[in-house]
Design a protein around this ligand. Sequence first.
Ligand code: NAI
Length: 330
Amino acid sequence: SKTPIHVAVTGAAGQIGYALLPRIASGQMFGPDQPVVLRLIEIPHEKAMAALKGVAMELEDCAFPLLRDMVLTSDVNEGFRDANWALLVGAKPRGPGMERGDLIKENGPIFVGQGRAINDHASADVRVAVVGNPCNTNALIAMHAAKDVPNERFTAMTRLDQNRAEAQLAQKAGVAVSEVHNMLIWGNHSATQVPDFKNATIGGKPADEVITDHEWLKNDFFSTVQKRGAAIIQARGLSSAMSAANGLIDHVHDLVNATADGSWRSVCVPSDGSYGVTEGLISSFPVQSDGQGGYKIVQGLELGDFLSGKLKASVAELEEERETVADLLS
Ligand code: NAI
């Protein structure tokens, strides 16, 4: 049978971890015939490690045939050892009264340490997906810290935003969500993100031809997608976890497998300057995977003035975030 894939997951005892791990172990990320070893990383606190132990016990109790082994650790060197995929989910949440800039400064150093550990201990083919917020800038920090790992192996997640946007378009058009294709998020995973209603299709037609209420597209649709995370916190008292884990399953699954011709997925990857996005920033783009470990940024999409203006603002925010952590990038 196949050699197991080693999947390292940080923040494994958190909410997203709880929704994510059974889906990895049951084959939904890497396929139904691909065994996995889970390398579960938590902070070196008694409570966190005890909770992690409990999660691992439950995973045992699921008796997943594909789950070959588990490593539970608070040592990142051990955690990322031989990892083929590093899923950086753990991060400190934003506390009351904390500004976005403070959050970036608090979390930044963690991603330096994790980037170095990935560099020194992960498998030569390691690929990284960052979920912990601010995910674009955390991915940038880890990428800079992992000097020997090719930059294009670092990604951050806007797939949850893409999925949210698909659901909103389907609802508005009164069709099944499976009718919506090529929904795309540009820019930062933040309130400035840009859900692209021009290049998405509904039943094979441009979304903005099917949905003729363009004021809705530019206003309600935009703000619903941008503020969905806050709306979930408001409703549930906790941030999105089931849907975030689902987004990460989709993100990795679709990077491992080839994307059909003429299709793309939203993935935050290092910019090569495409679409005027400052080179080197990790920003969300239309990404097409070759299914062999490589991908390309799909070229030639038209954004129009409205979406271009929004993308510019989101890129400006990414530049600001990069400025805030400049000392961690040298
Ligand atoms: P949580 O607070 O339930 O769990 C986070 C876990 O990470 C905790 O168990 C904590 O002990 C652990 N942790 C913190 N620092 C760590 C470190 N340095 N190394 C290893 N583990 C560490 O949070 P939840 O709900 O699971 O969310 C995790 C992150 O995902 C948050 O930053 C959240 O903002 C982000 N998120 C991102 C989304 C996206 O679309 N990109 C969507 C939803 C959440």
